[in-house]
Write a protein that binds this ligand. Structure first.
Ligand SMILES: [Mg+2]
Length: 309
């Protein structure tokens, strides 16, 4: 099955300038830009955790598996170059499923100019698992990291938050072009993508930077989907709760020195709004502070993988 499938896949892969040797040999050969650092990230998605194959078109699962990796490269302000894709497929209908996954993944790869350099395709008795490893390269101003924010930095975010389970968690656009543009034009101190929750990922950023953060709850851009979820009488969360803790928004949080932040916020250089949500504090921790000055501890909420002990 694998030979036929690789032939099917090879016919669908366009040439890529960084890919010297792609599918068909024992390993791929990439040629990366001179003097750039190589950025590597990987994500493992499984049926029942990251998507429910019984409920969605498999193409959306394939697309998501690539998109989450691109979002991590965006968080580092790295330009995506290539990916390798490993599939563990349930035996029943495995070829059709593999093709559908790729039919979701390949258009996104092409849109983001990423070479599919190789991978592995196996079957087993378990549910679908997709592991993608993405390789990127840094650009002129180097990578963006979680470390580097300092007291007084302004915290800005792209886009809106909350309610991603209603669709955005599958169909989001990784903020690659946005991160590259912002990193090129503005001095950014630190950044992270919101995979697990705005408050949880913000807590991770400030923890790595050795500072804290205060956010203005009224300033958080709440997605209509968060409002929609909050309206459901079965739930007990406010739209803001959803925005702070739902996760899988795949937007960016950036810590920006104040003068640069003012310039960025007035320029609004992206197709998506950039919003100031708060600032970094010297004291480690996470708080909300409203415009009247009332300060409250903000417990980070979001998705965390649970491991059996
Ligand atoms: Mg991330």
């Amino acid at each position: 099955m694998e030979t036929d499938f690789i032939r099917w896949l090879r016919d669908r892969l366009p040439p890529h300038p960084s890919l010297q040797v792609g599918l068909g040999d024992d390993a791929a050969i990439l040629r990366l830009a001179d003097r750039a650092d190589t950025v590597v990230t990987t994500d493992l998605l499984t049926d029942g955790v990251d998507f429910r194959l019984a409920e969605i078109d498999p193409r959306r699962a394939g697309r998501k598996a690539l998109a989450v990796n691109l979002s991590d490269l965006a968080a580092m302000a790295a330009r995506p170059v290539a990916v390798v894709v490993s599939l563990a497929l349930p035996q029943q209908g495995c070829i059709e499923l593999a093709q559908q996954l790729y039919e979701g993944l390949l258009p996104l790869a092409q849109e983001y100019d990423v070479a599919v350099a190789g991978g592995d395709t196996n079957t087993w008795h378990g549910p679908l698992a997709i592991s993608i490893t993405a390789i990127g390269e840094t650009t002129r101003r180097g990578p963006l990291r979680r470390e580097g924010a300092s007291s007084g930095d302004v915290l800005v975010v792209t886009g809106q938050f909350g309610g991603s389970i209603l669709g955005k968690h599958l169909d989001f656009r990784p903020r690659v072009a946005e991160a590259l543009l912002l990193n090129d034009r503005y001095e950014l101190h630190a950044g992270i993508d919101v995979s697990d929750g705005l408050s949880l990922d913000l807590a991770r950023l400030v923890a790595e930077s050795g500072c804290g953060a205060e956010i203005d709850p009224d300033a958080v851009p709440v997605a209509p989907a968060a409002q929609e979820l909050a309206n459901d009488p079965r739930g007990n969360k406010s739209p803001l709760d959803h925005a702070l803790g739902d996760g899988e928004d795949f937007e960016l949080i950036l810590a920006v020195p104040p003068a640069e932040a003012s310039r960025l916020l007035s320029d609004q250089p992206l197709d998506v709004p950039v919003t100031r949500i708060g600032r970094c504090t010297a004291e480690p921790g996470l708080w909300t502070r409203d415009p009247q000055g009332n300060r409250q501890t903000l417990p980070p909420t979001g998705w965390e993988h649970v491991f059996d002990r």
